[in-house]
Design a protein around this ligand. Structure first.
Ligand SMILES: NC(=O)C1=CN([C@@H]2O[C@H](COP(=O)(O)OP(=O)(O)OC[C@H]3O[C@@H](n4cnc5c(N)ncnc54)[C@H](OP(=O)(O)O)[C@@H]3O)[C@@H](O)[C@H]2O)C=CC1
Ligand SMILES: Nc1nc2c(ncn2[C@@H]2O[C@H](COP(=O)(O)O)[C@@H](O)[C@H]2O)c(=O)[nH]1
Ligand SMILES: [K+]
Length: 485
């Protein structure tokens, strides 16, 4: 990447301060752009979901990995639960979505509780042997008593297809079909094993799942810098976690460096493959070099840009994210490593700019909290609009949960250092309520940015990107005006 003027910027920049210049392009189609990452994680799109309790759980992990992204399970999840979640994610079908299942005797209220858990708008009714007999969607639950049995509202006109059906065929069967809105994938005995919508079938043709060497969905997990980090590493790798993320607020501290060395040594001892380790957070070239030297393949960049983060207001510490990513990515690449741009990503353009600056992926938290796939319950505000609660991992809420097992005095001491918001409402966009809708927007934006730049891979995109600096009115000019003026 280079700046389009010869004078380097006089102050540090964030995403809103910069723009990409178009170049002459020989890339004929946006579908010719390969979004695979170069950081060893096996991700086929440059998106990592942040290790935040309000964002990263099993449904998010399954959904993201199926589209090629990576979810980092938070360090606060206890080891037995991590083991169980990883096993569950790895048991998921790589094309068909996990169905929501009830029986004819269950109530409409049960279906209404389950439906917002997944974007496919279908609870499948099965018989005692697991054969599908009907489908209930949200529309079928409107205007009926909540205790009505599902057998009375289920649509019996189901479309079943073998799990081996090509997604393109599933798409064609559903498209324009007058009856079924979802295809039900069944095993050889005709038992329900998956669900695919029309858009799900389309996505299955466009995205490539992030798979481990046994062909199962990939998942990452975070580990902190306190306690017996080598033992935690061993436990995570024995649980078949694919990528480790060593995470602390101030990544450029000696506790991180010694911890990271111990984690690298433990990973090399346990695993025959090279385990990809990400570590952070830092915002300087020195910090990046120290973490790579201590064993990180990927350095996580960002202090203070996060939506739930109050660090800059509490401390004045941090750095505008575009400059931080550019400097750290340059330092990492000189050592053969990569960076993830962590925090402050709110639009597809932010993803494109982070990749242009040299990041191999962006890490997204809060933006994805407001989706069906995040772990929180779907709530409604005063106007009836759907939202989910998000909170920072250094907030009072998260610190209270994390320090549960400690003595009262230690807990009281730690409670003083709050650097995050304990509650915030993340609205679900009615037109894009699923994390997959957001991924579609991100991937389309990045594919298009790459072709404007003349690039067909992300490495080429970084190499060819020419970036300009803009004023606030330059940024404002680029914003749409849906209400006219
Ligand atoms: N990217 C960002 O801007 C930030 C991210 N976070 C996120 O919050 C989560 C919790 O992280 P964290 O607060 O590190 O908690 P951890 O529980 O991981 O502990 C951090 C350790 O580092 C020590 N430490 C020394 N200096 C600092 C410092 N300036 N800030 C924080 N800890 C320090 C702490 O000791 P002691 O407590 O005795 O001081 C503690 O032992 C992580 O997921 C992290 O990514 C949090 C803040 C900023
Ligand atoms: N200073 C704090 N940073 C936090 C906290 N919780 C998470 N984070 C960081 O934010 C990113 C995600 O950014 P987002 O803009 O996509 O939400 C995450 O990966 C952490 O680095 C916090 O409580 N305080
Ligand atoms: K912030």
């Amino acid at each position: 990447m280079r700046f389009h003027t010869d004078t380097p910027p006089v102050y540090d920049l964030t995403y809103d301060d910069v723009f990409l210049m178009p170049n002459r392009s020989a890339v004929a189609s946006r579908f010719d752009v390969d979004l695979a990452t170069s950081d060893g994680t096996g991700a086929t799109i440059p998106v990592v979901v942040a290790n935040m309790t309000a964002v990263a759980g099993r449904r998010m992990a399954e959904t993201m990995a199926r589209r090629g992204g990576l979810v980092v399970l938070p360090q606060d999840v206890d080891p037995a639960a991590v083991r169980e979640i990883v096993a569950w994610v790895k048991s998921r079908h790589v094309v068909w979505d996990t169905p929501l299942v009830l029986t004819a005797g269950d109530a409409v209220a049960d279906a209404l509780n389950l439906l917002p858990k997944r974007a496919h708008d279908a609870v499948v009714i099965v018989d005692a042997d697991g054969h599908p007999v009907g489908v209930v969607n949200e529309a079928a639950c409107v205007g009926v008593d909540r205790f009505t049995r599902l057998g009375e509202v289920a649509d019996p006109a189901i479309l079943t297809m073998p799990l081996t059906a090509a997604p393109r065929d599933v798409f064609d069967r559903l498209h324009g079909g007058r009856t079924a809105r979802v295809a039900l994938g069944v095993d050889e005995e005709g038992r329900l094993a998956g669900v695919l919508t029309e858009v799900g079938a389309l996505r299955a043709e466009l995205y490539r799942p992030a798979l481990d060497d046994k062909g199962r969905l990939r998942v990452a997990a975070a580990v902190g810098v306190n306690g017996d980090v080598a033992a935690k590493t061993t436990a995570l790798l024995e649980a078949e976690v694919d990528t480790l993320v060593v995470d602390t607020a101030h990544g450029h501290q000696e506790k991180m460096i010694t911890g990271l060395r111990a984690i690298r040594a433990a990973a090399d001892a346990v695993s025959e493959r090279h385990v990809t380790i990400a570590a952070g957070n830092v915002v300087t070239a020195e910090g990046t070099r120290d973490l790579v030297e201590a064993g990180a393949d990927v350095v996580k960049v960002g202090v203070g840009p996060g939506a739930m983060c109050t660090t800059r207001m509490m401390t004045g510490v941090g750095r505008p994210q575009f400059s931080a990513v550019l400097e750290c990515a340059t330092a990492a690449r000189e050592l053969g490593a990569r960076v993830w741009a962590d925090g402050g990503v709110r639009h597809p353009r932010d993803v494109a700019l982070a990749l242009a600056a040299g990041a191999s992926s962006v890490m997204v938290g809060s933006w994805f909290a407001g989706t069906y796939e995040s772990p929180g319950d779907l709530l409604r505000d005063e106007q009836g609009r759907a939202y989910k609660e998000s909170f920072g991992m250094a907030s009072k809420r998260a610190v209270t949960a994390r320090t549960r097992g400690e003595g009262a005095f230690d807990r009281a001491r730690k409670a003083l250092f709050e650097e995050g918001i304990s509650t915030s409402r993340m609205r679900l966009d009615p037109a894009a309520p699923s994390v997959e809708d957001l991924l579609d927007a991100i991937c389309s934006g990045v594919r298009s940015a790459a072709t404007y730049t003349g690039a067909s891979t992300l490495e080429e995109f970084h190499a060819k990107a020419v970036v300009g600096i803009q004023s606030a009115s330059g940024f404002a000019e680029g914003a749409p005006r849906p209400h006219g003026w």
